[in-house]
Design a protein around this ligand. Structure first.
Ligand code: ADP
Ligand code: MG
Length: 218
């Protein structure tokens, strides 16, 4: 069967059930709804295209950050929809997602894929465009334990960034362990999930938040 991509908000809702911290969000279908949702969530907000055919939203001009007024939210709605239509005229535009803007943090990626020979594989690594080029990632075949997760975190080259490096404060490694464990459980228990990509997870001195999720199901 062909795999299907869940929308960002379906992905958020699924991960939230496992205790993964996700930004407050709403789906809107008109500029006026966008303005109202943004006010309710509180400024600044991020707005993103909601279309099953658009996998990489930024590539389509489908992500606008730091929206700080009701009027800006209304304008952003129109801009995002216009950009998405220009990018892919055949894309079905289901609406726009309005999200609470998460504070900047250390960006990490957590992913999963299904290998034909080995089965489900969990991946973890440093995020951010520059570091992604260097592929600082580690992986394990499921099933794994919490100790495996601790090893994965410690073995990436970027680990000093989590531990605290040259005067930068240590990040919340315990929260990261909890999130990775929750994601591992989500992957193991949902047999229809074949692949997913959480990019990025933002890790803070205290706490964390994911700000994007793509899940593919059979
Ligand atoms: P893409 O489909 O292109 O991967 P993302 O949802 O990851 O789109 O958004 C692109 C970038 O915008 C993210 O990598 C992140 O830096 C920023 N971003 C997205 N959502 C949020 C948010 N809720 N809070 C803060 N920054 C965000
Ligand atoms: Mg992303």
């Amino acid at each position: 069967m062909a795999k299907r991509m869940l929308s960002e908000f379906e992905s958020y809702d699924l991960l939230k059930q496992y205790g993964v911290p996700v930004p407050e969000h709403a789906i809107v279908k008109t500029p006026a709804e966008a303005g109202k949702a943004a006010e309710k969530i509180g400024f600044p907000v991020v707005m993103k295209i909601h279309s099953p055919q658009i996998v990489h939203k930024s590539d389509a001009g489908g992500v606008i950050v730091s929206i700080s007024s009701k009027q800006a939210a209304e304008e952003a709605f129109n801009k995002i929809v216009a950009n998405a239509k220009a990018y892919n005229p055949d894309a079905e535009i289901k609406g726009v997602i309005v999200e609470q803007q998460a504070a900047p943090g250390l960006e990490l990626i957590i992913g999963g894929k299904t290998d034909p020979a080995f089965g489900k594989v969990l991946t973890f690594g440093m995020g951010g465009t520059l570091v992604e080029l260097m592929k600082d990632v580690t992986l394990r075949i499921l099933p794994i334990t919490e100790e495996t997760i601790r090893q994965m975190i410690r073995e990436i080259h970027g680990y000093p960034m989590i531990q605290g490096y040259r005067g930068s404060k240590p990040r919340d490694e315990e929260t990261l362990v909890k999130i990775m464990w929750a994601i591992n459980c989500f992957f193991a228990e949902n047999t229809n999930v074949v692949e997913f990509d959480i990019n990025p997870v933002r890790l803070y001195e205290s706490g964390a938040c994911i700000v994007d999720a793509r899940i593919f199901v059979d």
